[in-house]
Design a protein around this ligand. Structure first.
Ligand code: G3H
Ligand code: 13P
Ligand code: ZN
Length: 307
């Protein structure tokens, strides 16, 4: 089995009222944890790398590790560029062998976003690669870009954007945000906006970024073993499940993996201060990631047993 694009995955997910999990990968243990979970749950999966991840691990290392992971498990997986900032980043990902790219022009003025996205789509499609774009601004931090407020996606503009750019999927802003601190008060997502977009663009795959649930147990374990994370709050699972049953075909989660990994490593050190074998703490992290991803596939995405 080799890497695939998200085209067929999204079609099946849309029709089957579930979503595909897109998990951020940065190293071997994260890749293994994610694909082992997908294999155990008989689910397709998207492995995504940000420009930060590509800089950290090296594009060829990431691609080679993903190839081995896919060949060993035999699952359907796409390798996706997360938040590609420009055409250069997109070209590097495509040259490396990624099967899907995101161009994130959401911080540009609308017309500039349209022009830049269209250019990326033409290049990617000519190379057999699919494109995700973004419209609207998520509050929180994306790489080095920080926004204090949400700018919800305008459904009319979403239709115009999709028609003019030819993108394959669209990330929208309905109240999710990146990182571990998503809400200071009650969690709220604008399902009315999602519904309107779904009505105006029937059959078109929608993407949700910033969709980690921020498990209080993981935060508690981090803090119990020397961490200091306060005020963390994520998206309630039932909201994500509802989005997956609608037009949302891809749900991005990174923070939940980071928290699970950190909690597992802190616990090993907290309980075994004499431990210094990396396989002990990296192995615990890999198992923790697999557990989180299995839970997402089963209880959030609804993608178990769809391969
Ligand atoms: O959307 C951001 C993802 O969580 C990736 O984060 O740019 O720090 O790798 P990163
Ligand atoms: P979280 O920070 O909620 O995990 O979102 C990750 C994401 O959207 C990656 O693109
Ligand atoms: Zn994102």
């Amino acid at each position: 089995m080799s890497l695939v694009t998200t085209k067929e995955m999204f079609k099946k997910a849309y029709e089957g009222h579930y979503a595909i999990g897109a998990f951020n990968i940065n190293n071997m243990e994260i890749i293994q944890g994610v694909v082992n979970a997908a294999k155990a749950k008989n689910s397709p999966v998207i492995l995504q790398a940000s420009t930060g991840a590509i800089k950290y691990a090296g594009p060829k290392y990431l691609k080679a590790m993903v190839d081995v992971a896919i060949a060993t498990t035999g699952i359907d997986a796409a390798l996706h560029l997360d938040h590609g900032p420009d055409l250069e980043a997109v070209k590097l990902a495509i040259e490396t062998g990624f099967t899907s790219v995101m161009f994130d022009g959401s911080h540009f003025p609308y017309e500039e976003n349209v022009i830049k996205t269209k250019e990326v789509v033409e290049y990617a499609h000519a190379h057999g690669v699919v494109v995700e774009a973004e419209l609207g601004v998520l509050a929180g931090v994306e790489d080095e870009v920080k926004s204090e407020v949400h700018v919800y996606t305008d459904p009319e503009q979403a239709v115009d954007f999709v028609n003019r750019t030819g993108v394959d999927s669209l990330a929208i802003a309905i109240g999710t945000s990146h990182g571990a601190f998503k809400f200071s008060g009650e969690a709220k997502l604008r399902f009315d906006i999602l519904e309107e977009i779904q009505t105006k663009l029937p059959g078109f795959p929608i993407v949700l970024h910033g969709a980690s649930a921020v498990n209080p147990d993981a935060v508690e374990t981090c803090n119990k073993y020397g961490g200091n994370i306060s005020g963390a709050k994520g998206i309630p699972t039932e909201m994500l499940r509802k989005a997956s049953s609608m037009a949302v075909c891809k749900i991005n989660m990174d923070t939940d993996l980071r928290l699970a990994m950190t909690a597992a490593i802190r616990k090993v050190f907290g309980e075994n201060p004499k431990e210094f074998d990396p396989r002990k703490y990296c192995g615990a992290a890999r198992e923790a990631i697999q557990k989180v991803v299995e839970d997402k596939i089963e209880n959030v995405l609804g993608s178990a047993n769809t391969l």
